[in-house]
Design a protein around this ligand. Structure first.
Ligand code: S3P
Length: 167
C-alpha cells in the first residue's frame, strides 16, 4: 500500500480543490478531514468551535487524522493541523505536501465571516505564526501561484521524485 498524500497549508491555499484534481489524476480516493469531523459530530466546524472551543476541536481533529491515515489516499487537512504537536508524529506515516500560496492571494479570496479562526486574528498574522510549523511538517513544498492544473502536475512530479529518491 502506498503512503497517503497529506495536504497541509493555510485556509484558502487550495488543499480541498487540489485534493479532488489529484484524486482524478492519480486514481486515488480523497478525503477532507474537516468534512469527516462535521459528519462525525453532525455539526458544522463553526458550531464545533463555538461549543467546544479551539482546544476541543483540535482534540477531535487529531483523533480523526490518526484514524483516517490508512494509506493510498489523498488527505486534505484543516489549516491548523500543524498547531498540535501530536499530529507531527502521525503525519510521518504519509507524504506531507505543504501548499504555499501567496498570502496576498489568500487575503483576496477568504470570506472572514465564515472562518472561526479569523474572528480575532488576520490571515497574515496566522500565516506568520504557522509558517515554520508548515515547513517542519512538510516533506515537500509547492508554491501555488498558477492554475489548479499546474498545481496538480507540480505535486504529482514532486511526489514521484520523493518516492523515487528519498525513500
Ligand atoms: C482552520 C482551518 C479550517 C478548519 C478550521 C480551522 C485553521 O480548514 O479546519 O476552521 O485553524 O486554519 P481549511 O484550512 O480547510 O479552511
Amino acid at each position: 500500500m502506498s503512503k497517503d498524500i497529506i495536504l497541509i497549508g493555510m485556509m484558502g491555499c487550495g488543499k480541498s480543490t487540489v485534493a479532488k484534481t489529484l484524486s482524478q489524476a492519480m486514481k486515488r480516493p480523497f478525503l477532507d478531514l474537516d468534512l469527516i469531523i462535521e459528519e462525525r459530530l453532525g455539526k458544522k466546524i463553526n458550531d464545533i468551535f463555538a461549543q467546544m472551543g479551539e482546544e476541543g476541536f483540535r482534540k477531535i481533529e487529531a483523533e480523526v487524522f490518526e484514524k483516517e491515515l490508512q494509506g493510498g489516499r489523498i488527505i486534505a487537512t484543516g489549516g491548523g493541523i500543524v498547531t498540535n504537536p501530536v499530529n507531527q508524529k502521525t503525519a510521518k506515516r504519509g507524504i506531507v505536501v505543504f501548499i504555499n500560496r501567496p498570502i496576498s492571494e489568500i487575503e483576496k479570496d477568504i470570506v472572514k465571516e465564515t472562518r472561526p479562526m479569523l474572528k480575532e486574528k488576520g490571515v497574515r498574522e496566522i500565516y506568520e505564526k504557522r509558517y515554520k510549523l508548515y515547513k517542519a511538517f512538510a516533506d515537500i513544498e509547492v508554491i501555488n501561484d498558477g492554475s489548479i492544473e499546474e498545481l496538480t502536475q507540480k505535486i504529482i512530479k514532486e511526489v514521484e521524485s520523493y518516492e523515487n529518491y528519498d525513500n
